[in-house]
Design a protein around this ligand. Structure first.
Ligand SMILES: *[C@@H]1O[C@H](CO)[C@@H](O)[C@H](O)[C@H]1NC(C)=O
Ligand SMILES: *[C@@H]1O[C@H](CO)[C@@H](O)[C@H](O)[C@H]1NC(C)=O
Ligand SMILES: *[C@@H]1O[C@H](CO)[C@@H](O)[C@H](O)[C@H]1NC(C)=O
Ligand SMILES: *[C@@H]1O[C@H](CO)[C@@H](O)[C@H](O)[C@H]1NC(C)=O
Ligand SMILES: *[C@@H]1O[C@H](CO)[C@@H](O)[C@H](O)[C@H]1NC(C)=O
Ligand SMILES: *[C@@H]1O[C@H](CO)[C@@H](O)[C@H](O)[C@H]1NC(C)=O
Ligand SMILES: *[C@@H]1O[C@H](CO)[C@@H](O)[C@H](O)[C@H]1NC(C)=O
Ligand SMILES: *[C@@H]1O[C@H](CO)[C@@H](O)[C@H](O)[C@H]1NC(C)=O
Ligand SMILES: *[C@@H]1O[C@H](CO)[C@@H](O)[C@H](O)[C@H]1NC(C)=O
Ligand SMILES: *[C@@H]1O[C@H](CO)[C@@H](O)[C@H](O)[C@H]1NC(C)=O
Ligand SMILES: *[C@@H]1O[C@H](CO)[C@@H](O)[C@H](O)[C@H]1NC(C)=O
Ligand SMILES: *[C@@H]1O[C@H](CO)[C@@H](O)[C@H](O)[C@H]1NC(C)=O
Length: 729
């Protein structure tokens, strides 16, 4: 009979002082705290183990004879070896020597050890084997019967099915085991293939039925262990609550929890979740350690970004994914949308930025191209594109004053209710322009630049004043003073206008320009010349320049038309036409009902010749003085309209004559200054000073009547339509 006997130490609590030199291994089995190989190395005397150095290798024993195979502080278990018991018979049914039909094992009724009811099972092999199990006191009893009628090959089996092998759970709180084996037939019925039975308790985690065969008598001569698992408690006679009440005898260390033993009395310590190590307090033990879960992806799965935290870990799905990273991550719909939207948005922003920069660059380039740097130093105000857009209500159609071939003119209102007229170029190229000027293509830009250079060089009461300019556009925008009373054209030809019924007003308006459309009338019905787009300045001393043919049909010097040579006398002709227009109230050319083009100039010339002028004029009954004045003006007009330019008077002569004709008008004190400037000798430097002297405007008067100093010459008619639509400023 083989029996495991425990020799227990005195149960007094050992005062624990762990020494540096505690031996923590025995053979290849480690002996962790709270166990020890002597009392000073163990939490208490119950946990002192016996290392037999007489054996090779040294073997650890629980008590005097139970071999200890492993100790786990983590699970609170200890694996011990238990010899397997056999019961064998001869052919005649007599028990063989060496049989052990009543094995028993005890781990001490008062000790810290208990058979683990969860890990262990009574296991019986044999073909006619009955095994009964009880504790030493006989407070419980149970059993199983293994039976078979032929040899069994357990290698094919996965469990103890009852055929040749049976298993039986053991109850809780078991500290001793009595096994009793018996056979109904003493194996005589199965002796041909089986004459033994075996019984043992074994850890199910290490048990594999396929490792076994039906027992044979030879097995009795081998010392074969089965692995049995014991649960142990650190302190048998108190639970957690009692233990905590006296901290000097409380075994659980940092980051550990106390757990009341469920398989009997006592308490145990376990590391808190997320910690690992030895939960039992010891000055030399590091205790429970935070687990770096990220280093063990098998046990702590993470499909995203793993982050080790105190006692736990987080697993966030990667950017753009959603879900529980510990379970799985999936691309979120939002991110898919974002993945599309973000680049698109970025594209829009970047291109918007580029466009902004480009526009700015273009603005700056235009500014330079348009002579901004030079003009900056002139008196002309530089407007921004935005300012003018605001002033004209974004070029609202209701603000449109007129429209010509190249540009439209809008009324605008600056801050402080100051009225302006903004001349805005049309962006569309004019097609028939090319046909008319094959050698030299005119552009809107040229036209504007020309106008700017003229208007910024001359400054006169009778010239529309250029207030400012905007250079940020391809073709500059011109800002003029707003002239409230419309064009002379309007007053001559709109029958509703009565202002020109009076000869006095008529004379006041007289002006050397080009065409009545370009003469604006201010609040006092004084003439203002506008539209210098096609004008040229002729320096003093020069009488003519070769120019491209441009001007308004009807106002154009016939000699200029035939020779292409523009002279200071060309304006005299044009002025003559305006006089005729004023006198007769007719447009220079018109069509009869039959569609024939009739020149009013021709009719006028013949009327003067035949002294029938008074039939043609457009004025209501006037006194004789006025009649004479009208006739004199008629004669003057006739002279201006001379086909040969040399025979025409100079503009100065015209101005002097007109002044003489209406002394009353010109002698008006209000007009003294004007008269003075008109009759001034042309200063040789007048043109120069008019160009450079914008900062001293008083000295820079340049009479439009004074053609020796300068002449404004006719605007071109690029398209006939342009003449019929009004093109003021
Ligand atoms: C422990 O030592 C024994 C005997 O040397 C050996 O058979 C066994 O494999 C060892 N166990 C471990 C886990 O090293
Ligand atoms: C004790 O058990 C642990 C865990 O199962 C194992 O790693 C170790 O090798 C075992 N030691 C012995 C001596 O069996
Ligand atoms: C340790 O084992 C030896 C031999 O097996 C035995 O003599 C001794 O009494 C045991 N000591 C303890 C404390 O069990
Ligand atoms: C602790 O218990 C777990 C689960 O039963 C087991 O997998 C592990 O091997 C045990 N550790 C030891 C050292 O016995
Ligand atoms: C079985 O064996 C026992 C013990 O050897 C013996 O007392 C008993 O008589 C035997 N029974 C039979 C039927 O052989
Ligand atoms: C268990 O075995 C022991 C030792 O042989 C014996 O003293 C005890 O009476 C047995 N208990 C039972 C219930 O068989
Ligand atoms: C067992 O052996 C005996 C004699 O050797 C034989 O008569 C009997 O048939 C055998 N039985 C079986 C089941 O093999
Ligand atoms: C039992 O052992 C066999 C071979 O020895 C093996 O194929 C089988 O997987 C093992 N079963 C278990 C549950 O470990
Ligand atoms: C606490 O434990 C210490 C030693 O373990 C013992 O000396 C002391 O009497 C205990 N105190 C109480 C109140 O139980
Ligand atoms: C683990 O122990 C340390 C040291 O005692 C303590 O600061 C920490 O709060 C503990 N952690 C937890 C989760 O209890
Ligand atoms: C870790 O944190 C998660 C929630 O973030 C919680 O469900 C889990 O129980 C924690 N695990 C541990 C070991 O504290
Ligand atoms: C992460 O785990 C390690 C253990 O490897 C631990 O020392 C460390 O404190 C942990 N980090 C955090 C932030 O808790």
């Amino acid at each position: 009979m083989r029996a495991a006997v425990l020799w227990f130490l005195p149960m007094a609590l050992a005062t624990f002082t762990e020494k540096d030199n505690c031996d923590r291994t025995c053979g290849n089995v480690s002996v962790p705290f709270p166990f020890g190989l002597d009392e000073s190395c163990a939490w208490n005397s119950n946990l002192v183990l016996n290392c037999s150095h007489t054996l090779a290798p040294p073997t650890l024993f629980l008590g005097s004879s139970i071999p200890v195979l492993n100790i786990s502080v983590e699970n609170g278990t200890m694996t011990i070896g238990e010899y397997i018991a056999y019961d064998c018979y001869d052919q005649s049914g007599r028990r063989l020597d060496g049989s052990d039909p009543h094995p028993w094992i005890t781990v001490g009724e008062d000790g810290p050890y208990t058979f683990s009811d969860t890990r262990n099972k009574l296991t019986v092999f044999g073909c006619n084997t009955l095994a009964l199990i009880s504790d030493a006191a006989g407070t419980f009893g149970s059993g199983c019967f293994a039976y078979c009628l032929e040899d069994i090959d357990f290698k094919a089996e996965s469990t103890c099915s009852g055929l040749g092998c049976c298993q039986l759970s053991i109850p809780k709180s078991l500290r001793s085991l009595n096994i009793s084996m018996a056979s109904i037939t003493n194996y005589t019925s199965v002796w041909n293939f089986s004459s033994c039975g075996s019984a043992f308790v074994v850890d199910q985690e290490s048990f594999n039925v396929s490792d076994y065969e039906l027992p044979v008598p030879d097995d009795m001569r081998k010392d074969v262990f089965s692995r049995v698992v014991l649960d142990w408690v650190v302190q048998r006679n108190s639970n957690c609550e009692e233990a905590r009440s006296n901290l000097s005898s409380y075994a659980c260390g940092a980051n550990s929890t106390c757990s009341d033993f469920t398989n009997g009395q006592g308490y145990r310590c376990f590391c808190e979740a997320g910690y690992t190590g030895n939960p039992y307090a010891s000055p030399l033990s590091p205790g429970c350690q935070d687990i770096n879960e990220c280093k063990d992806p098998e046990q702590y799965p993470c499909h995203g970004n793993c982050k080790n935290t105190s006692g736990n870990y987080t697993c966030d799905c990667p950017f753009g994914m959603t879900g529980d990273g510990k379970f799985r991550c999936q691309t979120s719909r939002l991110v898919i949308i974002a993945a599309v939207l973000v680049p698109v948005t970025l594209c829009i922003i970047v291109s918007g930025l580029l466009l902004f920069i480009c526009k700015r660059r273009a603005k700056e380039r235009y500014f330079r191209q348009n002579g901004g740097e030079i003009l900056k130093h002139q008196r002309v105000k530089i407007f921004t594109e935005a300012e003018l857009a605001k002033a004209t209500d974004n070029y609202n159609a209701s603000n449109k004053l007129g429209e010509g071939g190249f540009a439209s003119v809008y009324k605008g209102r600056l801050d402080g209710n100051f009225l302006i007229a903004v001349k805005k170029p049309k962006d569309v190229p004019i097609k028939n322009l090319k046909d008319m000027n094959k050698d030299r293509s005119l552009s809107t830009h040229d036209e504007f630049m020309h106008e700017i250079s003229i208007i910024s060089q001359v400054n006169h009461k009778n010239l529309v004043k250029l207030l400012g300019i905007c250079l940020e556009t391809k073709v500059p925008l011109l800002v003029y003073e707003f002239i409230p009373n419309g064009t002379l054209y309007h007053h001559i030809h709109d029958k509703r206008s009565t202002i020109l019924r009076s000869w006095k007003n008529c004379l006041r308006i007289i002006h050397s320009d080009v065409k009545s459309l370009n003469i604006l009338l201010d609040e006092k019905y004084s003439a203002k010349v506008s539209d210098f787009g096609a004008s040229v300045l002729i320096s003093p001393g020069k009488t003519h320049v070769a120019e491209r043919v441009q001007g308004t049909i009807g106002y154009l010097d016939p000699q200029y038309l035939s020779t292409g040579e523009l002279t200071t006398k060309s304006d005299v002709y044009s002025f003559g036409v305006i006089l005729v227009e004023l006198l007769t109230g007719e447009t220079p050319t018109r069509r009869t009902k039959s569609g024939e083009r009739v020149s009013i100039v021709e009719s006028f010339i013949s009327a003067v010749k035949n002294r029938t002028l008074l039939h043609m004029i457009d004025f209501e009954a006037s006194n004789e003085g006025e009649m004479r004045e009208i006739e004199e003006v008629g004669l003057l007009a006739r002279k201006c309209l001379n086909f040969k330019s040399v025979n025409r008077p100079t503009m100065r002569e015209v101005a002097e004559q007109l002044a003489r004709i209406n002394k009353n008008l010109w002698a008006n004190p209000q007009n003294d200054e004007e008269t003075q400037s008109l009759l001034d000798e042309p200063r040789p430097d007048s043109l120069l000073s008019s160009i450079t002297g914008m900062n001293k405007p008083d000295s820079a008067f340049l009479s439009v009547f004074d053609i020796e100093a300068a002449t404004t010459s006719s605007s071109v008619v690029f398209d006939i339509e342009a003449t019929t639509t009004s093109s003021s400023v």
